[in-house]
Design a protein around this ligand. Structure first.
Ligand code: HC0
Length: 571
């Protein structure tokens, strides 16, 4: 550790700590814009100016050194910060009242905090077209403040590289390569750029109005499903804690909004495990196309199609739980209720922006109807609840509707990195050995380490598994597989889980903002707590999933499941 003083108060901190973080430990909040605790600092905006031993420096790129005397506020610092902000505001639209980020905008907060009351410059309007070409993300460069956080997360956390700085000086904007758009570029629609954008320059493509229309149409039957990770995050939008389980309130809220049937994606997560666990055991027996790689994260699928087409045959052929639920709603449920599938609007509530992209992929209409018609993010559902004037935190919990909603603990942890692997192992172990697991938790695949590896004994075979979350971590695992294949060496793994977003779906691009990594960990804990509290903790013990096979699908990986619940991706 080193000893420094911050505004005269001594502080001991670890060597190498950034000044901005050291100050925060001394309860001094230095204003920042381009800096984010989860991202590598770039020192772009200069708002975080402080004085160290008499010299002015940027606290987000300056590391502590023994004996530093740090001053975080003086007339020069205050004036400089305000000037920087005034210059940014001179090129930023004043449409805060209509902005999707209103109330959640870091620029707005800072203008208030630094008491900017007027802008002594002519307003510069960029007049740039808004890019709406992606099914998931809208990019409005008129609002961009050039902080570079989106680029940092896209390149270094996700290793996608869809966006770059273009041009120089006051003409600098963020854009896709070589005249491409968000819709035509290598963007995987994960939405991490949206999460880290401090202003309203990047946001989800909204579907709220389409849902209101469907709800108002007497001809339509609206059937909703809710993803695992939404249940431990939506409460944040209404002042509740990250990780607090609010699923019973979500069911109730959807009914108040006018949804006709409320089901749960957790049900189809269990269904996915039946299909994927069986697929894994088949491939293991035949020694075919191993490692099996999970296929439920649509950002990951697009990433694989773009950067690892040679590994596509390794992907599970299972559709994601979102799509499986949609397919079953438009067939099994429609037939049971005598509702023509054309009248059903299949609505999903997801923590993920890429789910909007997944739902409209051509592969996703095997029943003759789209599996999922409309995808809302967690944030969009919160907006609908607010618009309807529902006091979410006061709602009494309700159960979901029967037939497609019972779920196991294995399903709920799908929303956490490692959860799909753990769920699959619980079921694969019991199906393969015929024995009951002495302990259902697989601690080796839990936690927030970027790549987790474990060896699991399955009936005398050592199964090597890997779990990666965040696409730069996925690269590490996939490169190992690719190299082993190219060199003709034994493959390093039998089974790999990849989730596009850091933390897994709890950190999806559609979750309540802000969504820093530390908050994602609290959501993870909420999912594991629910798993621990449920009496059914293995997918193959889900009673409604068993009934679905008995009355409709017959057997896992059988003919009907293959038609409705599986797909494949081509290089
Ligand atoms: Fe996920 Fe899913 S767990 S991708 O992270 O598999 O979005 O929450 O809904 O489909 O179940 C997201 C979350 C899902 C799906 C499930 C999977």
């Amino acid at each position: 550790t080193v000893t420094i003083t911050i505004n005269g108060t001594p502080l001991q901190v670890e060597e190498g700590t950034l000044l901005v973080e050291a100050a925060s430990r001394a309860d001094v909040e230095i204003p920042t814009l381009c800096y984010h605790e989860d991202l590598s600092p770039r020192g772009i905006c200069g708002i975080c100016l402080v004085k160290v031993n008499g010299e002015y420096v940027r606290s987000c790129i300056t590391r502590v050194q023994e004996g530093m005397e740090v001053v975080t506020s003086d007339p020069v610092i205050r004036e400089t910060r305000r000037k920087i902000l005034e210059l940014i505001l001179a090129t930023h639209p004043d449409d805060c009242l209509k902005c999707i980020k209103h109330g959640k905008c870091e620029l707005q907060d800072l203008a208030e905090r630094l008491e900017v009351r007027s802008i002594p410059y002519d307003k510069y309007e960029r007049g740039l077209p808004v890019d709406r070409t992606s099914p998931s993300i809208v990019r409005d460069m008129n609002k961009c403040i050039g902080c570079g956080r989106c680029i940092e997360v896209c390149h270094n956390v996700q290793s996608v590289g869809a966006i770059f700085f273009h041009h120089r000086g006051s003409h600098t904007i963020v854009a896709n390569a070589a005249g491409q758009t968000m819709g035509t570029s290598v963007c995987v629609a994960c939405g991490q750029c949206v999460v880290y954008c401090p202003v309203g320059a990047l946001y989800e493509k909204e579907a709220v109005e389409r849902v209101w229309e469907a709800l108002a149409d007497p001809e339509k039957v609206v059937v909703a499903q809710i993803a695992p990770a939404v249940r431990v995050a939506l409460g944040e939008e209404f002042g509740m804690k990250p990780g607090e389980l609010v699923i019973g309130k979500i069911y109730a809220a959807l009914r108040r909004l006018g949804v006709d049937y409320v089901f749960d994606t957790n049900f189809s997560a269990d269904l996915t495990i039946m299909e994927e666990g069986t697929e894994f055991l088949h491939r293991l027996e035949k020694g075919e196309r191993l490692p099996l790689i999970t296929s439920c994260s649509p950002g990951w699928i697009k990433f694989a199609e773009t950067y690892y087409p040679d590994l596509l045959p390794h992907l599970s052929t299972c559709k994601s739980p979102q799509q499986m639920m949609g397919a079953v709603v438009k067939t099994y449920f429609a037939q049971a209720k005598g509702i023509p599938p054309s009248r059903i609007v299949s609505l999903s509530v997801m923590p993920c922006t890429a789910k909007k992209f997944e739902a409209q992929r051509e592969e996703m209409r095997d029943s003759g109807f789209w599996d999922v018609d409309i995808v809302l993010t967690t944030r969009e559902l919160a907006r609908m609840i607010r618009q309807a004037g529902i006091r979410f935190d006061q709602l009494k919990e309700e159960p979901a509707d029967p037939v497609l909603s019972s779920y196991s603990g294995a399903a709920t942890i799908f929303g956490a990195t490692g959860g799909v692997m753990e769920a699959a192992l619980r079921t694969a172990y019991e199906l393969k050995t015929g024995k009951s697991l002495p302990r259902v938790e697989f601690a080796q695949v839990r936690g927030v380490k970027g790549v987790k590896e474990a060896v699991i004994e399955l009936n005398g075979t050592q199964i090597r598994v890997a779990v990666a979350h965040g696409l730069s971590n996925a690269r590490k695992v996939l490169d190992r597989v690719r190299e082993a294949k190219e060199r003709g060496e034994p493959l390093p793994y039998h089974f790999i889980e990849v989730m596009a977003c850091p933390g897994g779906c709890v950190g999806g691009g559609g979750q309540p903002l802000p969504s820093p990594l530390k908050k994602r960990e609290e959501r993870l804990m909420g999912l594991y707590a629910e798993d621990g509290a449920l009496s059914v903790r293995k997918s193959h013990e889900n009673p409604e999933v068993r009934a679905l096979y008995e009355h409709f699908l017959k057997e896992p990986n059988g003919e009907l499941p293959h038609t409705l619940l599986h797909t494949h991706y081509e290089p």
